[in-house]
Design a protein around this ligand. Structure first.
Ligand SMILES: [Zn+2]
Ligand SMILES: [Zn+2]
Length: 582
Protein backbone atom coordinates (compact mmCIF):
# COMPACT_ATOMS: atom_id res chain seq x y z
CA UNK A 1 0.00 0.00 0.00
CA UNK A 2 1.17 3.54 -0.75
CA UNK A 3 2.36 5.59 2.23
CA UNK A 4 -0.25 8.16 3.30
CA UNK A 5 0.42 11.86 2.91
CA UNK A 6 0.96 12.08 6.67
CA UNK A 7 3.69 9.40 6.54
CA UNK A 8 5.46 11.15 3.64
CA UNK A 9 5.17 14.54 5.34
CA UNK A 10 6.61 13.15 8.59
CA UNK A 11 9.53 11.64 6.66
CA UNK A 12 10.30 14.95 4.92
CA UNK A 13 10.00 16.86 8.18
CA UNK A 14 12.35 14.45 9.90
CA UNK A 15 14.79 14.82 7.05
CA UNK A 16 14.64 18.60 7.45
CA UNK A 17 15.32 18.26 11.19
CA UNK A 18 18.22 15.88 10.56
CA UNK A 19 19.77 18.20 7.97
CA UNK A 20 19.42 21.06 10.41
CA UNK A 21 21.21 19.05 13.12
CA UNK A 22 23.84 18.29 10.53
CA UNK A 23 24.39 22.01 10.02
CA UNK A 24 22.94 22.20 6.51
CA UNK A 25 22.24 25.63 5.05
CA UNK A 26 18.98 27.09 6.29
CA UNK A 27 17.40 27.20 2.88
CA UNK A 28 17.70 23.47 2.36
CA UNK A 29 16.11 22.82 5.75
CA UNK A 30 13.30 25.25 4.98
CA UNK A 31 12.77 23.53 1.61
CA UNK A 32 12.07 20.21 3.35
CA UNK A 33 9.67 21.83 5.81
CA UNK A 34 7.82 23.66 3.06
CA UNK A 35 7.55 20.42 1.09
CA UNK A 36 6.32 18.54 4.18
CA UNK A 37 3.59 21.12 4.68
CA UNK A 38 2.53 20.93 1.03
CA UNK A 39 2.34 17.13 1.24
CA UNK A 40 0.42 17.16 4.51
CA UNK A 41 -2.13 19.56 3.11
CA UNK A 42 -2.40 18.00 -0.33
CA UNK A 43 -5.94 16.93 -1.00
CA UNK A 44 -4.96 13.95 -3.15
CA UNK A 45 -2.53 11.01 -2.66
CA UNK A 46 1.02 12.35 -3.06
CA UNK A 47 2.46 8.83 -3.50
CA UNK A 48 0.12 8.34 -6.46
CA UNK A 49 1.19 11.73 -7.83
CA UNK A 50 4.87 10.75 -7.50
CA UNK A 51 4.27 7.49 -9.38
CA UNK A 52 2.70 9.54 -12.15
CA UNK A 53 5.65 12.02 -12.03
CA UNK A 54 3.18 14.71 -11.04
CA UNK A 55 4.23 15.44 -7.44
CA UNK A 56 6.16 18.42 -8.85
CA UNK A 57 2.79 20.09 -9.36
CA UNK A 58 2.67 20.67 -5.60
CA UNK A 59 4.14 23.93 -4.29
CA UNK A 60 7.77 23.55 -3.20
CA UNK A 61 8.30 20.07 -4.65
CA UNK A 62 10.89 19.72 -7.38
CA UNK A 63 12.35 16.77 -9.21
CA UNK A 64 14.78 15.79 -6.39
CA UNK A 65 12.07 15.70 -3.75
CA UNK A 66 9.75 13.80 -6.06
CA UNK A 67 12.47 11.14 -6.45
CA UNK A 68 12.86 10.93 -2.67
CA UNK A 69 9.10 10.48 -2.26
CA UNK A 70 9.13 7.77 -4.92
CA UNK A 71 11.99 5.96 -3.16
CA UNK A 72 10.07 6.19 0.10
CA UNK A 73 6.95 4.75 -1.54
CA UNK A 74 8.90 1.93 -3.17
CA UNK A 75 11.34 0.96 -0.41
CA UNK A 76 9.76 2.37 2.75
CA UNK A 77 12.72 4.61 3.54
CA UNK A 78 14.89 7.48 2.28
CA UNK A 79 18.65 6.67 2.13
CA UNK A 80 19.83 10.15 3.17
CA UNK A 81 17.62 9.94 6.26
CA UNK A 82 19.09 6.54 7.12
CA UNK A 83 22.60 7.95 6.86
CA UNK A 84 21.82 10.93 9.11
CA UNK A 85 19.88 8.82 11.61
CA UNK A 86 23.03 6.79 12.13
CA UNK A 87 24.82 10.03 13.01
CA UNK A 88 22.25 11.58 15.37
CA UNK A 89 20.26 9.72 18.06
CA UNK A 90 16.50 9.76 17.48
CA UNK A 91 15.94 11.49 20.82
CA UNK A 92 17.96 14.47 19.65
CA UNK A 93 15.47 15.21 16.88
CA UNK A 94 12.69 15.29 19.49
CA UNK A 95 14.76 17.78 21.51
CA UNK A 96 15.22 20.14 18.56
CA UNK A 97 11.44 20.38 18.30
CA UNK A 98 11.00 21.70 21.85
CA UNK A 99 10.13 25.41 21.88
CA UNK A 100 13.19 27.49 22.78
CA UNK A 101 15.71 24.82 21.84
CA UNK A 102 16.37 24.29 18.17
CA UNK A 103 19.23 22.41 16.53
CA UNK A 104 22.13 24.61 17.68
CA UNK A 105 21.35 24.19 21.34
CA UNK A 106 20.42 20.52 20.88
CA UNK A 107 23.82 19.92 19.25
CA UNK A 108 25.55 21.84 22.00
CA UNK A 109 23.80 19.83 24.73
CA UNK A 110 24.68 16.64 22.91
CA UNK A 111 28.35 17.46 22.50
CA UNK A 112 28.86 19.05 25.94
CA UNK A 113 26.67 16.86 28.16
CA UNK A 114 25.93 13.82 26.00
CA UNK A 115 22.20 14.53 26.13
CA UNK A 116 20.49 12.38 23.51
CA UNK A 117 16.83 12.18 24.53
CA UNK A 118 14.06 14.21 26.19
CA UNK A 119 14.45 12.06 29.34
CA UNK A 120 18.18 12.75 29.51
CA UNK A 121 17.40 16.43 29.05
CA UNK A 122 14.89 16.41 31.90
CA UNK A 123 17.33 14.68 34.24
CA UNK A 124 20.08 17.15 33.40
CA UNK A 125 17.74 20.12 33.91
CA UNK A 126 16.53 18.78 37.27
CA UNK A 127 20.13 18.18 38.35
CA UNK A 128 20.91 21.79 37.31
CA UNK A 129 23.58 20.61 34.93
CA UNK A 130 22.38 22.63 31.93
CA UNK A 131 23.65 25.84 33.57
CA UNK A 132 27.17 24.43 33.50
CA UNK A 133 27.14 24.95 29.72
CA UNK A 134 28.40 28.34 28.61
CA UNK A 135 25.57 30.67 27.67
CA UNK A 136 22.82 28.65 29.37
CA UNK A 137 21.43 29.55 32.77
CA UNK A 138 18.89 28.74 35.46
CA UNK A 139 16.16 30.46 33.46
CA UNK A 140 16.90 28.19 30.51
CA UNK A 141 16.58 25.12 32.76
CA UNK A 142 13.20 26.36 33.89
CA UNK A 143 11.93 26.91 30.35
CA UNK A 144 13.25 23.50 29.27
CA UNK A 145 11.30 21.80 32.06
CA UNK A 146 8.17 23.72 31.15
CA UNK A 147 8.56 22.76 27.49
CA UNK A 148 9.05 19.10 28.43
CA UNK A 149 5.93 19.14 30.63
CA UNK A 150 3.97 20.72 27.82
CA UNK A 151 5.20 18.02 25.42
CA UNK A 152 4.24 15.24 27.84
CA UNK A 153 0.77 16.61 28.44
CA UNK A 154 0.02 16.66 24.72
CA UNK A 155 -1.44 13.38 23.49
CA UNK A 156 0.60 12.06 20.54
CA UNK A 157 -0.41 13.71 17.30
CA UNK A 158 -3.35 15.49 18.90
CA UNK A 159 -2.34 19.03 18.05
CA UNK A 160 -1.34 18.16 14.51
CA UNK A 161 -4.77 16.78 13.76
CA UNK A 162 -6.79 19.92 14.30
CA UNK A 163 -6.98 22.06 11.22
CA UNK A 164 -7.81 25.73 11.01
CA UNK A 165 -11.26 26.71 9.83
CA UNK A 166 -10.37 27.87 6.28
CA UNK A 167 -8.73 24.54 5.51
CA UNK A 168 -11.74 22.66 6.93
CA UNK A 169 -14.13 24.74 4.84
CA UNK A 170 -12.04 24.17 1.72
CA UNK A 171 -11.99 20.37 2.20
CA UNK A 172 -15.69 20.30 3.13
CA UNK A 173 -16.69 22.25 0.06
CA UNK A 174 -14.77 19.84 -2.19
CA UNK A 175 -16.46 16.86 -0.50
CA UNK A 176 -19.93 18.38 -0.68
CA UNK A 177 -19.50 19.20 -4.37
CA UNK A 178 -18.16 15.71 -5.10
CA UNK A 179 -20.97 13.96 -3.24
CA UNK A 180 -23.63 16.08 -4.92
CA UNK A 181 -22.19 15.17 -8.31
CA UNK A 182 -22.05 11.46 -7.55
CA UNK A 183 -25.38 11.42 -5.74
CA UNK A 184 -27.28 12.99 -8.61
CA UNK A 185 -30.76 14.45 -8.51
CA UNK A 186 -32.56 14.30 -5.17
CA UNK A 187 -29.33 14.33 -3.16
CA UNK A 188 -28.83 16.97 -0.54
CA UNK A 189 -25.53 17.41 1.37
CA UNK A 190 -24.79 19.95 4.09
CA UNK A 191 -21.88 20.83 6.30
CA UNK A 192 -22.45 20.27 10.03
CA UNK A 193 -20.18 20.11 13.09
CA UNK A 194 -17.70 22.69 14.35
CA UNK A 195 -16.87 23.87 10.82
CA UNK A 196 -20.49 24.95 10.41
CA UNK A 197 -20.25 26.70 13.77
CA UNK A 198 -17.17 28.52 12.36
CA UNK A 199 -14.96 27.41 15.26
CA UNK A 200 -11.27 28.42 15.36
CA UNK A 201 -10.13 24.93 14.45
CA UNK A 202 -11.78 21.68 13.48
CA UNK A 203 -10.97 18.06 14.30
CA UNK A 204 -13.30 16.18 11.96
CA UNK A 205 -15.52 17.15 9.11
CA UNK A 206 -19.18 16.32 9.69
CA UNK A 207 -21.48 16.09 6.70
CA UNK A 208 -25.19 15.44 6.69
CA UNK A 209 -27.03 14.16 3.63
CA UNK A 210 -30.45 13.09 2.48
CA UNK A 211 -30.97 10.93 -0.57
CA UNK A 212 -33.19 8.22 -1.96
CA UNK A 213 -30.19 5.88 -2.39
CA UNK A 214 -28.30 6.09 0.93
CA UNK A 215 -25.97 3.08 0.58
CA UNK A 216 -24.87 4.14 -2.89
CA UNK A 217 -24.13 7.65 -1.65
CA UNK A 218 -22.14 6.36 1.35
CA UNK A 219 -20.07 4.11 -0.90
CA UNK A 220 -19.47 6.88 -3.42
CA UNK A 221 -17.45 8.75 -0.80
CA UNK A 222 -14.53 6.39 -1.55
CA UNK A 223 -14.48 7.60 -5.15
CA UNK A 224 -13.66 11.19 -4.26
CA UNK A 225 -10.03 12.07 -4.92
CA UNK A 226 -9.72 13.77 -1.52
CA UNK A 227 -10.49 10.51 0.32
CA UNK A 228 -7.63 8.23 1.37
CA UNK A 229 -9.67 5.47 3.00
CA UNK A 230 -13.23 4.63 4.04
CA UNK A 231 -13.56 2.57 7.23
CA UNK A 232 -17.29 1.92 7.07
CA UNK A 233 -20.09 2.70 4.65
CA UNK A 234 -23.76 1.74 4.88
CA UNK A 235 -27.20 3.22 4.61
CA UNK A 236 -26.74 5.34 7.74
CA UNK A 237 -23.57 6.95 6.38
CA UNK A 238 -19.81 6.50 6.18
CA UNK A 239 -16.61 7.20 8.08
CA UNK A 240 -13.54 8.14 6.09
CA UNK A 241 -10.19 9.90 6.15
CA UNK A 242 -8.86 12.42 3.68
CA UNK A 243 -5.36 12.33 2.22
CA UNK A 244 -4.67 15.38 4.34
CA UNK A 245 -5.40 13.22 7.44
CA UNK A 246 -8.77 14.66 8.41
CA UNK A 247 -11.57 12.39 9.61
CA UNK A 248 -14.85 12.63 7.73
CA UNK A 249 -18.18 11.58 9.19
CA UNK A 250 -21.04 11.41 6.71
CA UNK A 251 -24.55 10.85 8.13
CA UNK A 252 -27.45 10.03 5.88
CA UNK A 253 -31.13 10.32 6.76
CA UNK A 254 -34.54 10.44 5.17
CA UNK A 255 -35.37 13.88 3.72
CA UNK A 256 -38.11 14.33 6.32
CA UNK A 257 -35.47 14.16 9.13
CA UNK A 258 -32.95 16.60 7.69
CA UNK A 259 -33.72 19.27 10.30
CA UNK A 260 -33.20 16.89 13.20
CA UNK A 261 -30.05 15.37 11.76
CA UNK A 262 -28.49 18.71 10.90
CA UNK A 263 -29.34 20.13 14.31
CA UNK A 264 -27.91 17.10 16.07
CA UNK A 265 -24.64 16.91 14.13
CA UNK A 266 -24.00 20.63 14.15
CA UNK A 267 -23.63 20.50 17.93
CA UNK A 268 -21.95 21.65 19.97
CA UNK A 269 -22.14 18.80 22.43
CA UNK A 270 -22.73 21.29 25.23
CA UNK A 271 -25.50 23.06 23.30
CA UNK A 272 -27.26 19.77 22.55
CA UNK A 273 -26.99 18.55 26.13
CA UNK A 274 -28.58 21.76 27.40
CA UNK A 275 -31.22 21.59 24.67
CA UNK A 276 -32.15 18.01 25.63
CA UNK A 277 -32.38 19.01 29.27
CA UNK A 278 -34.67 21.95 28.50
CA UNK A 279 -36.83 19.69 26.30
CA UNK A 280 -37.24 17.10 29.04
CA UNK A 281 -38.81 19.77 31.22
CA UNK A 282 -41.45 20.16 28.50
CA UNK A 283 -42.01 16.41 28.32
CA UNK A 284 -40.06 16.07 25.06
CA UNK A 285 -37.08 13.97 23.98
CA UNK A 286 -34.77 15.34 21.29
CA UNK A 287 -32.56 13.09 19.18
CA UNK A 288 -31.04 12.96 15.72
CA UNK A 289 -34.22 11.21 14.53
CA UNK A 290 -36.89 13.54 15.82
CA UNK A 291 -38.66 15.01 18.83
CA UNK A 292 -40.55 12.45 20.90
CA UNK A 293 -43.57 13.47 22.97
CA UNK A 294 -43.40 11.47 26.21
CA UNK A 295 -47.12 11.73 26.87
CA UNK A 296 -48.31 10.49 23.48
CA UNK A 297 -45.33 8.33 22.52
CA UNK A 298 -45.38 9.98 19.11
CA UNK A 299 -42.14 11.16 17.52
CA UNK A 300 -42.05 13.98 15.01
CA UNK A 301 -39.31 14.56 12.46
CA UNK A 302 -38.67 17.97 10.91
CA UNK A 303 -37.29 19.04 7.57
CA UNK A 304 -35.76 22.26 8.88
CA UNK A 305 -33.82 23.17 12.01
CA UNK A 306 -36.08 26.17 12.55
CA UNK A 307 -38.98 23.76 13.04
CA UNK A 308 -36.98 21.73 15.56
CA UNK A 309 -36.25 24.84 17.61
CA UNK A 310 -39.83 26.08 17.23
CA UNK A 311 -41.16 22.76 18.56
CA UNK A 312 -39.09 23.40 21.69
CA UNK A 313 -40.47 26.92 22.05
CA UNK A 314 -37.26 28.56 20.82
CA UNK A 315 -36.35 31.04 18.10
CA UNK A 316 -33.94 29.73 15.47
CA UNK A 317 -30.38 29.81 16.81
CA UNK A 318 -27.54 30.56 14.37
CA UNK A 319 -24.92 27.76 14.34
CA UNK A 320 -22.17 30.14 15.54
CA UNK A 321 -24.08 30.68 18.80
CA UNK A 322 -24.57 27.00 19.65
CA UNK A 323 -21.98 26.72 22.40
CA UNK A 324 -24.23 26.77 25.48
CA UNK A 325 -23.22 30.31 26.32
CA UNK A 326 -26.73 31.56 27.08
CA UNK A 327 -28.22 31.11 23.60
CA UNK A 328 -31.03 28.83 24.77
CA UNK A 329 -32.20 31.31 27.39
CA UNK A 330 -32.01 34.13 24.83
CA UNK A 331 -33.88 32.10 22.21
CA UNK A 332 -36.69 31.46 24.70
CA UNK A 333 -37.23 35.18 25.37
CA UNK A 334 -38.75 37.66 22.97
CA UNK A 335 -36.10 39.44 20.92
CA UNK A 336 -33.38 37.79 22.96
CA UNK A 337 -31.03 36.80 20.16
CA UNK A 338 -29.03 39.49 18.36
CA UNK A 339 -29.04 39.96 14.61
CA UNK A 340 -25.47 38.92 13.92
CA UNK A 341 -23.01 40.89 11.82
CA UNK A 342 -22.60 39.77 8.21
CA UNK A 343 -19.73 40.26 5.81
CA UNK A 344 -21.93 42.60 3.78
CA UNK A 345 -22.26 44.94 6.80
CA UNK A 346 -18.53 45.69 6.73
CA UNK A 347 -17.81 49.05 5.09
CA UNK A 348 -14.05 49.21 5.30
CA UNK A 349 -10.83 47.56 6.41
CA UNK A 350 -8.55 49.43 8.79
CA UNK A 351 -5.48 47.18 8.96
CA UNK A 352 -3.42 46.08 5.98
CA UNK A 353 0.18 46.07 4.76
CA UNK A 354 1.90 46.97 1.51
CA UNK A 355 5.39 46.58 0.07
CA UNK A 356 6.40 49.52 2.29
CA UNK A 357 6.77 46.90 5.08
CA UNK A 358 6.18 43.15 4.78
CA UNK A 359 3.22 43.20 2.40
CA UNK A 360 3.33 41.95 -1.18
CA UNK A 361 1.26 44.53 -3.05
CA UNK A 362 1.37 48.26 -3.67
CA UNK A 363 -0.95 50.88 -2.21
CA UNK A 364 -2.82 51.06 -5.52
CA UNK A 365 -3.21 47.31 -5.79
CA UNK A 366 -4.56 47.05 -2.26
CA UNK A 367 -6.89 50.00 -2.87
CA UNK A 368 -8.35 48.54 -6.06
CA UNK A 369 -8.83 45.13 -4.45
CA UNK A 370 -10.58 46.71 -1.46
CA UNK A 371 -12.82 48.72 -3.78
CA UNK A 372 -13.56 45.51 -5.67
CA UNK A 373 -14.78 44.04 -2.37
CA UNK A 374 -17.24 46.90 -2.08
CA UNK A 375 -15.45 48.76 0.72
CA UNK A 376 -15.88 52.49 1.21
CA UNK A 377 -12.50 52.95 2.89
CA UNK A 378 -9.15 51.26 3.47
CA UNK A 379 -6.41 52.19 5.93
CA UNK A 380 -2.84 51.42 4.86
CA UNK A 381 -1.08 50.44 8.08
CA UNK A 382 2.45 49.27 7.46
CA UNK A 383 4.70 48.20 10.33
CA UNK A 384 6.59 50.85 12.24
CA UNK A 385 10.30 51.53 12.64
CA UNK A 386 11.25 48.81 15.14
CA UNK A 387 9.24 46.01 13.62
CA UNK A 388 12.44 44.03 13.45
CA UNK A 389 11.87 41.80 10.46
CA UNK A 390 13.90 43.99 8.16
CA UNK A 391 10.78 45.67 6.79
CA UNK A 392 10.77 48.66 9.06
CA UNK A 393 9.33 51.99 8.01
CA UNK A 394 11.59 54.78 9.26
CA UNK A 395 10.01 58.11 10.24
CA UNK A 396 11.22 59.64 6.96
CA UNK A 397 9.75 56.75 5.00
CA UNK A 398 6.46 57.10 6.86
CA UNK A 399 6.29 60.79 5.94
CA UNK A 400 6.77 59.81 2.31
CA UNK A 401 4.22 56.98 2.67
CA UNK A 402 1.61 59.43 3.99
CA UNK A 403 2.11 61.51 0.85
CA UNK A 404 1.87 58.45 -1.35
CA UNK A 405 -1.37 57.31 0.27
CA UNK A 406 -2.89 60.76 -0.04
CA UNK A 407 -1.81 60.95 -3.68
CA UNK A 408 -3.33 57.53 -4.37
CA UNK A 409 -6.49 58.72 -2.66
CA UNK A 410 -6.70 61.63 -5.10
CA UNK A 411 -6.04 59.35 -8.06
CA UNK A 412 -8.31 56.42 -7.23
CA UNK A 413 -12.04 57.05 -7.24
CA UNK A 414 -14.65 55.11 -5.32
CA UNK A 415 -12.71 54.39 -2.16
CA UNK A 416 -11.27 56.54 0.61
CA UNK A 417 -7.65 55.72 1.43
CA UNK A 418 -6.41 56.47 4.91
CA UNK A 419 -2.77 56.94 5.79
CA UNK A 420 -2.12 54.82 8.84
CA UNK A 421 0.46 52.76 10.65
CA UNK A 422 0.60 49.61 12.73
CA UNK A 423 2.84 51.03 15.41
CA UNK A 424 4.76 48.81 17.78
CA UNK A 425 3.97 49.11 21.46
CA UNK A 426 7.43 49.01 23.02
CA UNK A 427 7.95 47.09 26.28
CA UNK A 428 7.61 50.27 28.35
CA UNK A 429 4.27 51.08 26.68
CA UNK A 430 5.64 53.88 24.55
CA UNK A 431 5.18 53.94 20.78
CA UNK A 432 7.58 53.67 17.92
CA UNK A 433 7.05 57.12 16.38
CA UNK A 434 7.03 60.60 17.86
CA UNK A 435 3.60 62.10 18.58
CA UNK A 436 4.25 64.81 16.02
CA UNK A 437 4.42 62.17 13.26
CA UNK A 438 1.58 60.03 14.63
CA UNK A 439 -0.55 63.17 14.64
CA UNK A 440 -0.25 63.39 10.86
CA UNK A 441 -1.80 59.97 10.32
CA UNK A 442 -5.48 59.42 9.61
CA UNK A 443 -5.49 56.20 11.59
CA UNK A 444 -3.20 54.58 14.17
CA UNK A 445 -3.34 50.98 15.20
CA UNK A 446 -0.93 49.88 17.94
CA UNK A 447 0.22 46.29 18.43
CA UNK A 448 2.58 44.19 20.52
CA UNK A 449 5.08 42.30 18.35
CA UNK A 450 7.97 41.77 20.79
CA UNK A 451 8.71 40.74 24.39
CA UNK A 452 5.70 38.41 24.70
CA UNK A 453 7.16 36.87 27.86
CA UNK A 454 6.61 39.85 30.18
CA UNK A 455 4.75 39.17 33.41
CA UNK A 456 1.06 39.94 33.58
CA UNK A 457 1.37 43.17 35.51
CA UNK A 458 4.00 44.62 33.20
CA UNK A 459 2.20 43.51 30.04
CA UNK A 460 -1.10 44.96 31.26
CA UNK A 461 0.60 48.25 32.09
CA UNK A 462 2.27 48.27 28.68
CA UNK A 463 -1.04 47.69 26.88
CA UNK A 464 -2.99 50.23 28.92
CA UNK A 465 -0.34 52.87 28.27
CA UNK A 466 -0.94 52.39 24.53
CA UNK A 467 -4.73 52.40 25.00
CA UNK A 468 -4.50 55.68 26.90
CA UNK A 469 -2.28 57.29 24.27
CA UNK A 470 -4.51 60.00 22.72
CA UNK A 471 -3.27 59.29 19.19
CA UNK A 472 -3.96 55.55 19.24
CA UNK A 473 -7.26 54.62 17.59
CA UNK A 474 -7.19 50.86 18.01
CA UNK A 475 -5.17 47.95 19.38
CA UNK A 476 -4.25 45.21 16.89
CA UNK A 477 -4.49 41.48 17.74
CA UNK A 478 -4.80 42.34 21.44
CA UNK A 479 -3.75 39.01 23.03
CA UNK A 480 -1.06 37.84 20.59
CA UNK A 481 -2.40 34.31 20.39
CA UNK A 482 -1.76 32.01 17.43
CA UNK A 483 -4.42 29.32 17.28
CA UNK A 484 -3.02 25.94 18.32
CA UNK A 485 0.52 27.35 18.47
CA UNK A 486 0.87 30.23 20.90
CA UNK A 487 -1.27 31.04 23.92
CA UNK A 488 -2.26 34.65 24.63
CA UNK A 489 0.42 36.54 26.53
CA UNK A 490 -0.19 37.01 30.23
CA UNK A 491 -2.48 40.03 30.48
CA UNK A 492 -5.34 41.25 32.65
CA UNK A 493 -8.01 41.58 29.99
CA UNK A 494 -10.61 42.92 32.38
CA UNK A 495 -8.36 45.91 33.08
CA UNK A 496 -7.57 46.25 29.37
CA UNK A 497 -11.27 46.25 28.45
CA UNK A 498 -12.06 48.81 31.15
CA UNK A 499 -9.30 51.11 29.84
CA UNK A 500 -10.47 50.72 26.24
CA UNK A 501 -14.08 51.45 27.20
CA UNK A 502 -13.01 54.51 29.22
CA UNK A 503 -10.82 56.00 26.46
CA UNK A 504 -12.84 54.94 23.41
CA UNK A 505 -9.85 53.09 21.99
CA UNK A 506 -11.11 50.28 19.78
CA UNK A 507 -10.01 46.67 20.10
CA UNK A 508 -9.51 44.58 17.01
CA UNK A 509 -10.75 41.18 15.99
CA UNK A 510 -7.88 40.30 13.67
CA UNK A 511 -9.26 38.18 10.82
CA UNK A 512 -6.04 36.31 10.04
CA UNK A 513 -7.29 32.72 10.50
CA UNK A 514 -4.17 31.87 12.55
CA UNK A 515 -5.04 34.64 14.97
CA UNK A 516 -8.77 35.46 15.21
CA UNK A 517 -7.69 37.73 18.02
CA UNK A 518 -9.67 38.89 20.01
CA UNK A 519 -11.22 35.44 20.31
CA UNK A 520 -15.00 34.94 20.35
CA UNK A 521 -15.14 34.79 24.15
CA UNK A 522 -12.88 37.79 24.64
CA UNK A 523 -14.63 39.89 21.99
CA UNK A 524 -17.95 39.25 23.67
CA UNK A 525 -16.57 40.21 27.07
CA UNK A 526 -15.01 43.36 25.60
CA UNK A 527 -18.31 44.35 24.01
CA UNK A 528 -20.13 43.77 27.28
CA UNK A 529 -17.57 45.98 28.99
CA UNK A 530 -18.51 48.77 26.57
CA UNK A 531 -15.58 48.50 24.14
CA UNK A 532 -16.10 49.29 20.48
CA UNK A 533 -14.86 46.39 18.36
CA UNK A 534 -13.22 46.54 14.95
CA UNK A 535 -12.78 43.65 12.48
CA UNK A 536 -9.71 43.79 10.24
CA UNK A 537 -8.13 41.49 7.69
CA UNK A 538 -4.49 42.39 8.49
CA UNK A 539 -3.98 41.54 4.81
CA UNK A 540 -0.40 41.29 3.57
CA UNK A 541 -1.53 40.87 -0.06
CA UNK A 542 -4.68 41.60 -2.04
CA UNK A 543 -5.95 38.02 -1.70
CA UNK A 544 -5.92 38.03 2.10
CA UNK A 545 -8.25 41.03 2.30
CA UNK A 546 -10.71 38.10 2.21
CA UNK A 547 -9.59 37.18 5.75
CA UNK A 548 -12.25 39.64 6.88
CA UNK A 549 -14.53 36.62 6.61
CA UNK A 550 -12.85 34.81 9.52
CA UNK A 551 -12.99 37.93 11.66
CA UNK A 552 -16.69 38.22 10.94
CA UNK A 553 -17.08 34.55 11.93
CA UNK A 554 -15.43 35.30 15.28
CA UNK A 555 -17.62 38.37 15.77
CA UNK A 556 -20.71 36.27 15.10
CA UNK A 557 -19.52 33.70 17.65
CA UNK A 558 -19.14 36.67 20.02
CA UNK A 559 -22.83 37.56 19.55
CA UNK A 560 -21.96 40.86 17.87
CA UNK A 561 -24.28 42.73 15.56
CA UNK A 562 -23.46 45.57 13.18
CA UNK A 563 -24.16 48.12 15.93
CA UNK A 564 -21.23 46.79 17.97
CA UNK A 565 -18.69 47.08 15.16
CA UNK A 566 -16.84 50.24 14.30
CA UNK A 567 -16.19 49.38 10.67
CA UNK A 568 -19.84 48.71 9.98
CA UNK A 569 -20.02 52.52 10.12
CA UNK A 570 -19.17 54.90 7.27
CA UNK A 571 -15.74 56.50 7.75
CA UNK A 572 -17.31 59.93 8.40
CA UNK A 573 -19.20 58.56 11.42
CA UNK A 574 -16.26 56.50 12.61
CA UNK A 575 -14.13 59.65 12.49
CA UNK A 576 -16.72 61.48 14.60
CA UNK A 577 -16.52 58.75 17.23
CA UNK A 578 -12.76 59.13 17.39
CA UNK A 579 -12.95 62.87 17.77
CA UNK A 580 -15.47 62.60 20.55
CA UNK A 581 -13.31 60.18 22.50
CA UNK A 582 -10.10 62.15 21.99
ZN1 LIG B 1 0.62 42.89 13.80
ZN1 LIG C 1 -0.53 43.82 10.74
Amino acid sequence: MDPSNAVIADALEELGDLYELDGAIVHRVVAYRTAAKAVREASVSVAALAYASRATELPGIGKTLQDKILTLAQTGTIPSAERLRAKFPAGLVAITRLPGLGPKRARLLHSELGIDSPQALREAALAQRLRTVRGLGAKFEESVLAALDEMDSRPAGASAQRILLPRAIEISEALVTGLLELGGAGTHVELAGSARRQADSVKDIDLVATTTRPTALAKSLAKLQEIESVSSAGKAGAKARTHSGVGVDLRIAKPAQLGNLLQHFTGSGAHNAALREAAVRRGLHVSEYGVLNDATGISHAYVSEAEVYARLGLAYIEPELRENRGELEAAASAGGLPRLIELGDIRGDLHCHTIASDGHNTIDEMALAARERGYEYLAITDHSASHGFGNDVSPEQLRRQIELVHEANERIAGIELLAGSEVNILPDGSLDYEDELLGQLDWVIASVHTSFGMDEQAMTKRMIAAIEHPLVDAIGHPTGRLIGRRAPYAIDLEAVFAAAARTGTMLEINGNPDRRDLSDVHARAAHQAGVRILIDSDAHRTGTLANMRWGVATARRAWLGADALANALPWSELKQLRMRSA
